[in-house]
Design a protein around this ligand. Structure first.
Ligand code: PRP
Length: 230
């Protein structure tokens, strides 16, 4: 899948090849299927049942891209015929959905990484201030995962992603990936400048936030559209 590194105003170390690099930066996932599904997701007439399917498909496409640099180690197996050399993913991987909307991305990512641990973070954006409010965090004090993948379909101001990254930094996670389907340019730039080591994957970057800090053109509120609470 073709990906592209987007120069942000962040000053974060941008990388030119997701496969070869573990450096941080903003990585735009480019693919006709991604563009097709994002367009349908944006449509106001798309009902929640279809919207959920689109989120799942995009999460899987994005996870494929975002896992290209996962380390592997040799793993020898016995086939019905003889022994064969293979590999297995090395280290512990944590999938970290931001409640609520991030839940819509968990199953497809877990399908690709069935050995992963799932750690939930509850954050909602205060409607008046647009600041993230934490309401759930049960991360253990010790034994951080080796790689964490934050899942949230939307990155607007970047406040929620920043709060999640700070929590994971405190936990001691050495490598963090943020997977958001749609982001605002200002939001990804803000996150990348505060966490230049983080790998930020997005399907599309929209130019603006409106007065209510909604992404424009965006798709409305992903959580409401996934859970039919419009
Ligand atoms: C939305 C979205 C992100 C956040 C993005 O969640 O899913 O978590 O807002 O905005 P930010 O980048 O400005 O922080 P919301 O607060 O609507 O909660 P929900 O998932 O429960 O709908």
């Amino acid at each position: 899948m073709a990906g592209a590194t987007v120069p942000g105003s962040a000053g974060g170390a941008a990388h030119s090849d997701a496969k070869a690099s573990r450096r941080g930066g903003i990585h735009l996932v480019r693919h006709p299927l991604v563009e097709h599904h994002v367009t349908r997701m944006r449509r106001e007439s798309t009902r929640p049942s279809e919207f959920r399917g689109l989120v799942r498909r995009l999460a899987a496409l994005m996870a494929y891209e975002a896992t290209q640099d996962l380390p592997t180690q040799p793993y020898r197996v016995t086939t019905p015929i003889c022994d064969a050399d293979g590999v297995q993913i090395k280290g512990r991987i944590g999938i970290v959905p931001i409640l609520r909307a991030g839940l819509g991305m968990v199953d497809p990512v877990l399908d690709l990484l069935p050995m992963a641990e799932v750690w939930h973070l509850g954050l909602y954006r205060d409607e008046a201030t647009a600041q993230p409010v934490s309401y759930y965090d049960k991360l253990p004090a010790k034994r951080p995962v080796d790689v964490a993948m934050i899942l949230d379909p939307m990155l607007a101001t970047g406040g929620s992603a920043t709060a999640a990254l700070m929590t994971l930094r405190e936990w001691g996670v050495p490598q963090v990936k943020v997977l958001s389907l749609i982001a605002a340019q200002a939001g990804v730039d803000a996150v990348a400048s505060q966490f230049p080591e983080a790998q930020i994957y997005v399907c599309q970057i929209d130019p603006e936030l409106n007065a209510h800090k909604f992404i424009v053109p965006g798709l409305g509120d992903a959580g409401d559209r996934i859970f039919n609470t419009l």
